[in-house]
Ligand binder design. Structure first.
Ligand code: FAD
Length: 473
């Protein structure tokens, strides 16, 4: 049964689907965007999760990748204001002042004492290489406009980036502070920190803080999703919520762009056997257990500098964080997990009061309630935190997947982010956004460059779709 008809249909309105839809509409296509949920945005959705009037981001808050991404930078979105916290990220420690990741690389390096030079030579140097290097990282399979100088810098950076965070941390860094900063950043990857490329995730995130900052969208991430939908509609595109596509044969379209992960794609279409096998080999990563709080004031961090940071990494030293992440990779729950905290109020006072979120990593599909473990880590660095809580909302892997089917087993990365799946994403191909089905493209974070609000999967899928059309005509 046909349920939707248009020249081009985009399924799913995460940042990748939205960017694909806007780019295709800009290229003159008639675009219909179908979103299963009641709101557009996928990982950009916001809602009142705790008390009336409180704005919580259901997914992404920190928009460093959006600010650095060629896909977003090509758009001039109306009504979207990025608000920067005074400090990008803080990493409190038990027995000394917190480590601070500043917008300024030199200031960050100063706080790292003996490790300042290494920081400047890696994350600092990548930031100084600027947008050409970011473009190369976000578009690993091309096309790039990078010259030989950028390629040489990328090779230099790549030598450190390909290492496990534990190897780089213990080999190149000497201080507790430098190692902790690296571990807290690298753990965003959701990898065991003994895995190759985990250092790279940390250094890239550090470099982005220096290049563009780690801002939030004023009023909540939904504002960014809504601006993209408005842009699509201004170009004549149509966008519909509450329409879940189960099978591709429901669609009558010349081009279909899917913002879905391999597991959903497998259920949607009859695919050639080889490709189907490739998708079945695709591996999902750990899940997350997320908590959102409405507070009656700011978190009472022991070190007051931490209050100025948009993001806070908890878990202590490199050794402690590496142990916690190794537990999760082995399918166990860490009693002292690495906790990633985001306090949007440090940058944006318009969210109806002090709202806070945090998550810890858990084995994929875990049903464990990690509330006590997460709150204990916050109390460790902010005694009295629990007294500030007016309301809390917990979302484990099953609930995350119910809200957004792309979050398979609670994996917010669209698949494991290890070295193999950096390039085999979701299959080995110089153009993995293309599928064997004519006119059907994948654009989700299960395609390169992977997770984050950068829209580059959508940008690549739209580029290939318009190229295919030019060749056909
Ligand atoms: C808790 C959390 C915190 C995060 N924090 C950050 C952060 O601070 N910064 C950052 O850069 N990234 C962050 N991320 C990651 C970021 O949100 C994702 O990488 C990004 O949203 C992926 O975009 P996407 O377009 O690939 O898919 P998604 O954003 O997951 O969107 C997919 C959309 O497709 C829809 N859909 C799926 N199947 C169908 C179907 N069959 N029919 C119709 N619609 C369908 C879904 O409902 C969903 O709306 C976070 C994610 C989570 C969950």
């Amino acid at each position: 049964m046909i349920t939707a008809r248009a020249e081009t249909v985009v399924v799913g309105s995460g940042p990748n689907g939205l960017i694909a839809a806007v780019m295709l509409a800009r290229a003159g296509r008639e675009v219909l965007l179908l979103e299963a949920a009641g709101r557009f945005g996928g990982g950009l959705r916001s809602g009142e999760l705790t008390l009336p009037g409180r704005v919580h981001d259901l997914g992404a808050t920190v928009m460093a990748m959006a600010l650095a991404s060629p896909a977003f930078r090509a758009l001039d979105l109306k009504g979207v204001e990025f608000a920067h916290p005074p400090v990008a990220a803080a990493h409190p420690l038990d027995d000394r002042p917190a480590v601070l990741l500043h917008r300024d690389a030199a200031r960050t390096a100063e706080g790292l004492g003996g490790d300042g030079r290494v920081w400047q030579a890696t994350a600092g140097a990548a930031a100084r290489a600027g947008f050409p290097l970011v473009e190369l990282l976000l578009s690993p399979l091309g096309p790039w406009r990078a010259g030989p100088r950028t390629l040489a810098r990328a090779a230099g950076f790549g030598a450190a980036a390909v290492l496990p965070a534990t190897t780089f941390g213990r080999g190149a860094l000497r201080t507790v502070e430098g190692r902790a900063l690296l571990a807290g950043l690298a753990a965003h990857s959701m990898l065991d920190l003994r895995s190759p490329v985990s250092a790279g995730y940390g250094l890239v995130l550090g470099a982005l803080a220096h290049l563009v900052g780690w801002p939030v969208v004023r009023g909540g991430s939904q504002v960014l999703a809504d601006a993209l939908v408005a842009e699509l509609r201004s170009l004549g595109g149509e966008a519909v919520t509450g329409h879940r596509v189960e099978r591709l044969d429901e669609l009558d379209a010349r081009t279909v762009v899917l913002d879905v992960t391999p597991r959903q794609f497998l259920a949607m279409a009859d695919l050639p056997a080889g490709y189907r096998r490739g998708l079945r080999r695709y591996r999902y990563g750990p899940g997350v257990f997320k908590l959102d709080w409405a507070l009656d004031g700011p978190v009472p961090w022991r070190d007051p500098e931490v209050a100025r940071a948009g993001t806070v990494h908890l878990g202590g030293t490199l050794e402690e964080i590496a142990l916690a992440e190794a537990e999760v990779a082995a399918g166990r729950h860490s009693p002292r997990p690495y906790v990633l905290v985001v306090q949007p109020y440090a940058a944006d006072p318009t969210r109806g009061g002090h709202t806070l979120w945090a998550y810890c990593h858990v084995p994929n599909g875990s049903a464990a309630d990690m509330t006590d473990a997460v709150e204990a880590q916050i109390e460790r660095y902010a005694p009295g935190f629990r007294d500030r809580v007016l309301a809390r909302h917990a979302t484990g892997p099953a609930a995350l997947e119910a809200v957004n089917p792309n979050l398979v087993g609670g994996d917010i990365g669209g698949g494991l982010n290890d070295l193999v799946q950096l390039v085999r994403r979701p299959v080995w191909s110089p153009a993995p956004w293309r599928t064997p089905l004519p006119g059907v493209f994948l654009c989700s974070s299960s395609t390169p460059p992977g997770p984050g609000v950068h829209g580059m999967g959508g940008w690549q899928a739209a580029r290939l779709a318009t190229q295919a059309e030019r060749h056909a005509s």
